[in-house]
Design a protein around this ligand. Structure first.
Ligand SMILES: NC(=O)C1=CN([C@@H]2O[C@H](COP(=O)(O)OP(=O)(O)OC[C@H]3O[C@@H](n4cnc5c(N)ncnc54)[C@H](O)[C@@H]3O)[C@@H](O)[C@H]2O)C=CC1
Ligand SMILES: O=C(O)C1=NCCCC1
Length: 321
């Protein structure tokens, strides 16, 4: 019997090993593999805890091509900000895919932030046809911040605008990011003329209106407060020019059931869009990526981090010439 103990990796270690250059292609591959049915991933279990304004989610996945097996347990507690804690905190159990033996217990708070932004980059790359000059981000929390970094890294937007309900937080984030980010006190002005929009809040009511959107704009809708589709007004979904994409259709049928029952059509998964050429989408359409968040993104991200950790160890023990 193997007596090898599982490795523990803290968020600090995980963060030091995360790089957009390796993470974004891994998440893109995971989204593609899921749509090719090369991933086993049931809809996640969501346990709402209304008295704490919170929820616990259990998210298992297996990627055949990456031989990556694991399960994330993640909590979302909206009142944590006042306690100085992140709202979203996760733990990933990463297993040997041949035996099921636990290899790594990884804190998953950083991975959750980074892989969600990486998925938005992938969706934007495959769903948005036009130029990428202006990015508007609504929400200056963990997701708003990491989306600014990922989008700026990958697309080099000329203008990155950030709005937050409490203006001082948007200002503080822009000060941290540097001269390439500007805070906006008015969300309509922030969104108007934007090519790409990210909504990353707990808002229970719409924060983006159809009349503010320019033709061809793309929205990455991240927020999951009471439900997943609070942040965009109904008119956006009802508009004939809007095309809604998701990461996982099976999960959308459950988590976006209210929208679907109201007649909103989900065009498909981002992984399916990857096989279409851009010419097949109308450049004047408004595209929405409804990001639910997928376990396979966490599992492949955990593999990327674990591989980087092993490489670092090997480099440190390699004899120098
Ligand atoms: N799709 C996915 O894969 C993931 C989605 N999320 C969701 O993204 C959202 C943001 O998460 P974090 O940045 O980690 O949280 P955070 O607590 O760091 O930030 C929350 C943001 O929501 C804003 N906010 C809260 N109530 C609001 C209201 N009534 N109106 C307008 N803004 C409001 C806050 O000002 C803050 O900017 C949450 O809804 C979370 O559930 C988070 C992780 C993954
Ligand atoms: O995919 C995730 O991880 C999450 N999605 C929705 C909010 C909690 C974390």
């Amino acid at each position: 019997m193997s007596s090898e103990q599982p490795l523990f990796m803290s968020d600090e270690t995980v963060k030091s090993l995360l790089k957009w250059e390796t993470l974004i292609p891994a998440v893109e591959g995971a989204m593609r593999d899921l749509s090719k049915k090369d991933v086993l991933q049931p809809p996640r279990l969501i346990l709402p805890i209304p008295s704490k304004n919170g929820a616990l989610l259990a998210m298992p996945a297996f990627s055949k091509s990456e031989s990556a097996l694991g399960c994330k347990v993640v909590t979302s507690f909206q009142n944590n900000q006042e306690k100085g804690l992140p709202s979203i905190m996760g733990t990933i159990l990463f297993m040997d895919s041949e035996t099921g033996k636990l290899k790594v217990i990884m804190e998953g708070t950083e991975i959750t932030a980074w892989r969600t932004a990486a998925a938005s980059v992938v969706a934007t790359k495959h769903l948005h046809v036009g130029e990428k000059k202006i990015l508007a981000i609504l929400g200056a929390g963990t997701q708003g911040r990491i989306h600014a970094l990922a989008m700026h890294h990958y697309f080099q937007f000329q203008e990155v605008r950030i709005w937050n309900r409490t203006e001082s937080r948007a200002k503080a984030l822009c000060n941290e990011l540097g001269s390439w980010a500007t805070h906006y006190s008015n969300k309509e002005r922030c969104v108007r003329d934007a090519d790409v929009i990210v909504t990353a809040t707990y808002s229970p009511t719409p924060i983006v209106r159809l009349s503010w959107l320019k033709p061809g704009a793309h929205i990455n809708a991240i927020g999951f407060g009471v439900k997943h589709h609070n942040e965009l007004e109904d008119e956006i979904y009802k508009s004939e020019s809007t095309v809604v994409w998701v990461d996982h259709m099976e999960a959308a049928q459950k988590e976006l059931a209210e929208l679907i029952n109201n007649g909103v059509r989900m065009r498909g998964e981002v992984g399916q869009a990857m096989t279409l050429s851009h010419a097949q989408t109308q450049s004047s359409n408004i595209t929405v990526f409804h990001s639910l968040g997928m376990a396979v993104e966490d599992v492949v991200a955990a593999k990327v981090v674990f591989e980087a950790h092993k490489e670092k160890l090997q480099a440190a023990t390699r004899p120098s010439n």
